[in-house]
Ligand binder design. Structure first.
Ligand code: BES
Ligand code: MN
Ligand code: MN
Length: 457
């Protein structure tokens, strides 16, 4: 289906490999220089592929890569957003091949090969599809849109400096649509098209008990154990029906009407057994009254992401810990506001903390949910582009993940976003052995070109 020659395919994969070899880990300060190197490499690629200009913008954190090509004042402008930073590769010992030494391997899911490397799917591989789609359009003299690229280096750590960049560069970033490939689809035969993202509120709590770790025999039984207290508090946050117990949590949740819910369920062809099998579970669990697909898309969540305290080393040590902590994420849906939810969480946690311990609550980062509106040309052009490339109408579906900057594109720049992602759930993003189908990469390059075709027309 791809319009690329075999030579071009090989060349594009080799170039992507260069990109993947650069360890651009935003969370780890030891990789600061590596982040700069990656940004410069990408900026140079934008020029090579046909941008009139490109610049690496310094921020208080990691740099932002910007590039643009102006074609004609009467053409619409597409702003491509993505991120060149990646998640840390840990636990590194679980990788079959090293995370920054990309290789193509055949798998059951990708019999035609998948690229194994950190960032192969999230998001370097997907960013690179945009660079190559743009290069192809220029080569074929079919570029019918003005193009701006804005590729940041802090998506995986909360995009804190990008907000400032948006506020300071509103007119420079003026565009008719924001186009992003940083999500996934169901499969290549009957693809879904992402029309929504959940929001996120990421919190940390720390319980402090006695002023030092204590002998659990000499002191045990006479004071509150911070880990026991933390466990009690956490388990009280979700009731038997799977509802989150924080007062006000559901106040602004948009309830979808029954007929719409049924038609989404009918259209999605979501297979519960496939889902369970793919993650090695006998049973699913979640909020009562909602299907698995709904629990993954239109309902908010609360999950502990990490918990620690006390002795966790080899053997045993009899100790009552002085401290216990947990990191908790909440996924949000329209019309919840992440700052409001973080505040409700903080107040509730403080209220349920017993006097036998003290509490500290921190808000890490967050973002609001997003829905792509149906009544604009970007939505329409995306549907047509999938149809051209896959030969079938895509199934619109809300995703469970978050890209916190997306709602800010709307609130700060006033521009709507189209999410055209090509990853699969099995691509193991954020996990060991992250990979991205070679077919997905090439069909992405094709679909993006078709998007331009319809949007610029
Ligand atoms: N690309 C992902 C988000 C994503 C993946 C959305 C698949 C939908 C489908 C992004 O890089 C990511 O990992 N986002 C984080 C939030 C961020 C603030 C760390 C997330 O969703 O946990
Ligand atoms: Mn991403
Ligand atoms: Mn990610």
């Amino acid at each position: 289906m791809s319009t690329l020659s075999e030579e071009e395919k090989e060349k594009y994969l080799n170039e992507l490999f260069e990109f993947l070899k650069l360890p651009s880990i935003s969370a780890d300060s030891r990789y600061k220089d590596s982040m700069i190197k990656t940004a410069k490499w990408l900026s140079n690629e934008l020029i090579k592929s046909g941008c009139d200009s490109s610049k690496v913008y310094e921020t208080d954190g990691h740099p932002i890569v910007y590039g643009e090509k102006f074609v004609d004042g009467s053409f619409p402008t597409i702003l491509v957003y993505g991120h060149y930073d990646v998640q840390p590769p840990d636990p590194i010992e679980l990788w079959t091949t090293p995370p920054f030494e990309p290789v193509i391997k055949n798998t059951n899911i990708h019999p035609d090969g998948a690229i194994f490397a950190r960032g192969a799917c999230d998001d370097k591989g997907q960013v690179f599809m945009h660079v190559k789609a743009f290069e192809q359009l220029i080569k074929k003299d079919k570029l019918n849109c003005n193009v701006k690229f804005m590729i940041e280096g802090e998506e995986e750590v909360g995009s804190e400096n990008l907000e400032k960049f948006l506020l300071e560069n509103k007119s420079k970033l003026n565009a008719d649509v924001i186009l992003i490939s940083d999500t996934g689809l169901s499969n290549l035969k009957k693809p879904t098209f992402t029309i929504g993202l959940r929001g996120l509120s990421y919190m940390e709590i720390k319980i402090t008990g006695p002023n030092r770790d204590l002998h659990s025999g000499l002191y045990g039984g006479a004071l509150a154990n911070p880990i026991n207290i933390l466990s009690d508090m956490i388990s009280s946050l979700i009731d038997e029906e799977g509802k989150i117990t924080i007062p006000g949590f559901y106040d602004n949740v948009l309830e979808i009407d029954q007929s719409k819910r049924e038609s989404v369920e009918e259209m999605s062809k979501f297979d519960n057994d496939d889902f369970k099998n793919s993650i090695g579970l006998k049973e699913t669990k979640g909020e009562k009254g909602y299907s698995t697909l709904e629990r993954l898309s239109i309902r908010p969540t609360l999950d502990v992401n990490g918990i620690w305290g006390g002795y966790t080393g080899e053997g045993s040590k009899t100790v009552i810990p002085s401290e216990a902590s947990a990191k908790i994420s909440m996924r949000l849906v329209p019309n919840q506001n992440w700052e409001k939810i973080s505040e409700l969480f903080t107040n509730h946690i403080k209220k349920i903390t017993p006097n036998s311990v003290s509490i500290d609550v921190t808000t890490h980062h967050g973002g609001n949910p997003y829905i792509t509106p149906e009544d604009f040309k970007g939505y329409d052009s995306a549907i047509k582009a999938y149809k051209d490339s896959f030969g079938i109408d895509p199934i619109p579906q809300k995703d469970g993940g978050s890209i916190p900057i997306v709602p800010m594109f709307e609130s700060i720049l006033g521009t709507k976003t189209v999410l055209m992602g090509f990853g699969l759930d099995s691509d193991a993003i954020h996990s060991p052995d992250e990979n991205y189908g070679v077919k997905n990469f090439f069909i992405g390059i094709d679909t993006i070109q078709n998007f331009y075709k319809h949007f610029g027309n």
